[in-house]
Design a protein. Structure first.
Lengths: 417, 417
């Protein structure tokens, strides 16, 4: 089965891929390499506007990846652009922070119940590494509990790859199973009197695995264990932060962390990450040395202040939830109409799409190629993301194309059988 | 002795500091905290323009920190701004990289003799961690040799602070003394058959220590050791990259690394880092998973392409060297006229200022306060940075203020004695 739009050897995308093959390892690295998306997907992009992205060959797509998370208000939201440009026009990276650093820290402390302070970085990995470092500094302990298979970044202590990683990089990690209290209890027991932190993602979003929201019992058990020995409960809110709850994603289960990491959506695409923490970890945060050349730059912080203002004003998480529900239920109903069983798991605003009996996501791959050919950019293995630019009209426009793609998939299936 | 401009409790800077004290640990973290500069220095900045920065209270300074390195062409260089804005106006962070990723990788491969490929990140720490990971992945070995006291980033394996760091984070590091071949030989011997990499900074730029350019013999010895066992020679060019030699800083000593890290100046303040490598480490670079949410964003790469173009056109490193020489010799001569002995060490474009018999840099601190009061922003402990916006006229304007500051320092000294 081939995409309705064949691969085009003379396309600008193909030309850029050929050039990249010489000067970029593997043609591209990391999560945005085209090898991670179905054949026929573009590697290179030109622009974004609201809920739409355009590839370098001028093809437009309704975008359900939102740059793999960062875009929460839609591409190039005018108010956010104006806020960022206002600082960029005066200078972004100076000899110290701008006033936006204080505005943003105040805003996050006001918004996030566990937060007594905030500090800022560039990558989600920066924020998670900082959280773990602060937990160890604050407790004087070493063991860090992480869920098996969870993604917390792409640096040696937590990377999904072990290429170039030494055993010592992970010497003090102990693994538990997300949402499994018994496995958490066992990991805590294994840590003995050396427990520095329990790390948990906002929800279970391991690649290609059915997503799970956090179980209340599990979340409370993690909190109780940390309280019992003074360890830090670290919430990895890099992927979900601001989409599910403006107070932090675990407000939805009533459990507050000691430290939390943010990145992706907090500045609508401007490069920024944040760590929030409570006063118990303030002394550690005052003493640990973490820094980066661009961590104080003003424009991303100005953007983030505006993002928060808009999300509050627009009741962001509720609207994203509703948009996600419209998208997810529309897609699964469309699938059923054409004889396919599709599950959308996890929070509707950050859904993972899986076809029944499709462990390699190959049917999903073909389906995604069919939707791409009809101007809808989906992902068959990684969770997707909704934004406030995903209005009912745009979601319905996408669902029409999606229904047509399911019809084509059904025709191909009967032709194959 | 007090600054000619007293601290102003009602200044906007003071108000922001008071607010920051509540919501940011220690009031500010990392290398841009005001605690790292003399009392009276502003914490918060409003804007930059060419060789000048303005603090939040509207005070202007001729800037010899260049945002601690990133600004190499001057703040808000119009051609760089235009290049970055051209992409920002279409979207920065999309579902994949833009064409600028290929343009930039090609440009770096063309410019840097050792480079067969490039990949991009956000922080200097990202680039250094990636280099070490690639060295281990490519060699299958673990030991990494680093110079005692060298700064390679602020993550646990290399941070200057050990707060929150475990012994295992540095289990496979072996330390040598920069420019000391015997100590390097001993470290290589200690690594035995497990040598993955020798890491060296472009030059010795440890905080508060007289800077040293790399010794040819030392650089060649590092290369020879790596060649003998197939280890990677990693050049940390984060601080110096593009200021000393567009082909990589060790072109000046005729030694080429296998892997090099870049950040700071490569995009004139836009957030970007890069790793370059040769084909021997291409397979490792194809397999290791390193990534970040904003690593593919187009505007910083568009900026970097333009930065390189301008540095080539303007003979950047030579002009920066000449500007640095004018600044350094003018300052030391001015010092001598007023009875002070000041050394400017390291490359003139990245000089460290030290007063004789001033181990705590206290005389330097007072002097910096005097120059700040006269509109010149210097640093008394960290190296400074020149940019192409530092014209002869601006340097001479700064030197006039500097001479006046030395005169005041001399008057204060005689008043004290």
């Amino acid at each position: 089965m081939t995409s309705a739009r064949p691969e085009r050897p003379n396309s600008l995308d193909a030309q850029l891929r050929n050039r990249a093959a010489s000067v970029i390892p593997g043609g591209m690295w990391g999560h945005m390499r085209a090898a991670a998306v179905p054949a026929g997907y573009p590697q290179f992009f030109a622009s974004g506007d609201g809920a739409r992205v355009r590839d370098v060959d001028g093809r437009d797509y309704i975008d359900f990846m939102c740059s793999w998370g960062p875009i929460i208000l839609g591409h190039r939201h005018p108010e956010v652009e104006a806020a960022a440009r206002s600082q960029l026009d005066r200078g972004d990276c100076l000899n110290g922070p701008t006033e936006h650093a204080v505005d943003l820290a105040e805003k996050m402390v006001e918004l996030i119940p566990h937060a007594d302070w905030a500090l800022f970085q560039k990558n989600g990995s920066d924020a998670m590494t900082t959280c773990v470092t602060l937990a160890r500094a604050g407790t004087g302990k070493r063991k860090v509990l992480v869920a098996k298979g969870a993604y917390h970044g792409a640096v040696p202590w937590c990377s999904p790859s072990v290429m170039g990683v030494t055993a010592e990089d992970r010497a003090h990690l102990i693994y538990y199973t997300y949402n499994d209290v018994e496995s958490l209890n066992a990991a805590v027991a294994e840590a003995g009197d050396d427990l520095a932190a329990i790390v948990a993602s906002a929800f279970k979003h391991d690649l290609g695995i059915r997503q799970q929201l956090p179980d209340d019992t599990f979340a409370r058990a993690a909190r109780t264990h940390c309280d019992a020995v003074g360890a830090a409960l670290i919430l990895d809110d890099v992927r979900a932060g601001f989409r599910l709850n403006l107070g932090g994603s675990w407000e939805n289960v009533g459990v507050r962390p000691d430290l939390a990491s943010y990145s992706k959506a907090i500045a609508n695409g401007y490069p920024l990450a944040a760590v929030t923490g409570n006063d118990r970890f303030r002394p550690a945060a005052e003493q640990v040395f973490v820094t980066g050349s661009f961590w104080y730059s003003g424009a991303p912080m100005a953007a983030s202040v505006k993002v928060i203002e808009i999300l509050e004003r627009e009741d962001g998480p509720a609207r994203l939830h509703a948009a996600g529900q419209r998208f997810c239920s529309g897609l699964t109903e469309s699938a059923a109409r054409h004889g396919f069983e599709v599950t959308m798991s996890g929070p509707p605003a950050i859904p993972l799409m899986q076809f029944a009996d499709d462990p390699e996501a190959l049917l999903g791959e073909t389906f995604c190629q069919q939707t791409l050919a009809r101007g809808v950019y989906l992902h068959n293995k990684h969770n997707m993301f909704l934004s406030l630019a995903h209005t009912d009209a745009i979601i319905d426009e996408a669902l029409t194309a999606i229904d047509d793609a399911f019809a084509a998939l059904a025709r191909n299936r009967s032709a194959d059988s």
